[in-house]
Design a binder for this molecule. Structure first.
Ligand SMILES: [Zn+2]
Length: 223
C-alpha cells in the first residue's frame, strides 16, 4: 500500500474511534445523569454547634463535614435528585435548653431521616486516630444488604482518590442502628494525618470527595 493510502486509512480509523469514544462516554454520562432523577437523598453533615467532632491543628470536623455535604448537595441536585439535609450551617439539632444535647441531636437526625422517607441517607464524618500515619476514607454500613451494597460502591469510588484499599465495615453508630431508611456513614479521611488534613481543608479535595460519593450513589442505583 502507498504511504499516502496508509496515512488516509489511519486517519479514517482515528476519526471512527473518536466518534465511538464520544458515543460511549456520552451514553455513560447520560446514564449517570438520568439515574438520580426523582430519587430522594438525605445528607447528614455530622456534628455542628458546640459539637466540633474530631479536630487537629485547629481544623474542625463539623466545618469540613458541612463543606463536603454542601458540594454533594450541589452535585446531586444538578443530576435531578431531590435532596434533604440535616443542617446548613454551624448548629446542632438539639432544642435550646436541652441538657444532653448530643443525645437529642442524634435522636432528631434519625427522626428527620425516618420521616423523610428518603431512598437513602449519607452521614458525612471525618476520623481521627492516635497514630498519625493512619489515613484514607472508610464507609460504614447498617446490618442489611442494601446498605452493604451502597457502602461498597461508595468505598470503591473513594479508594480511587485516596489511593488506599480500605474495606467497608459494619458500623455501630446511633444513626445507622436507629434509622429505618437505608444509609451509610462515610468517614471521609483522618484529620490526625497531616497530609490528609491539609487536603481535606481544601475546596478542591472536598469537591472531589463529594463527586466520588455521588458516583458511588449512582453505581448503587444502577446495580
Ligand atoms: Zn464525626
Amino acid at each position: 500500500m502507498h504511504t499516502k493510502k496508509i496515512i488516509s486509512l489511519f486517519f479514517i480509523i482515528s476519526i471512527c474511534f473518536s466518534f465511538l469514544f464520544m458515543y460511549v462516554s456520552t451514553s455513560a454520562h447520560k446514564k449517570e445523569e438520568s439515574t438520580l432523577i426523582g430519587k430522594t437523598i438525605f445528607i447528614d453533615a455530622g456534628h455542628g454547634g458546640k459539637d466540633d467532632g474530631a479536630s487537629a491543628d485547629g481544623v474542625l470536623e463539623d466545618y469540613i463535614n458541612l463543606k463536603i455535604s454542601g458540594y454533594l448537595y450541589e452535585a446531586l441536585i444538578d443530576s435531578g435528585a431531590y435532596v434533604l439535609v440535616s443542617r446548613t450551617s454551624d448548629y446542632d439539632l438539639a432544642s435550646m435548653y436541652q441538657k444532653n444535647r448530643k443525645r437529642e441531636d442524634l435522636k432528631n437526625r434519625v427522626k428527620y431521616i425516618n420521616a423523610s422517607k428518603t431512598d437513602l441517607f449519607i452521614s458525612i464524618h471525618l476520623n481521627a486516630y492516635k497514630t498519625d500515619s493512619v489515613n484514607g476514607a472508610q464507609v460504614f454500613f447498617q446490618d442489611n444488604i442494601k446498605s452493604n451494597l451502597l457502602a461498597t460502591h461508595i468505598q470503591n469510588q473513594l479508594n480511587k482518590i485516596t489511593k488506599k484499599e480500605r474495606k467497608i465495615k459494619k458500623g455501630d453508630y446511633y444513626i445507622l442502628n436507629n434509622s429505618t431508611r437505608v444509609g451509610v456513614l462515610v468517614e471521609c479521611g483522618f484529620l490526625s494525618n497531616e497530609l490528609e488534613r491539609k487536603k481535606l481543608n481544601t475546596e478542591e479535595y472536598q469537591r472531589q470527595i463529594a463527586k466520588m460519593i455521588k458516583k458511588g450513589i449512582v453505581d448503587f442505583f444502577n446495580s
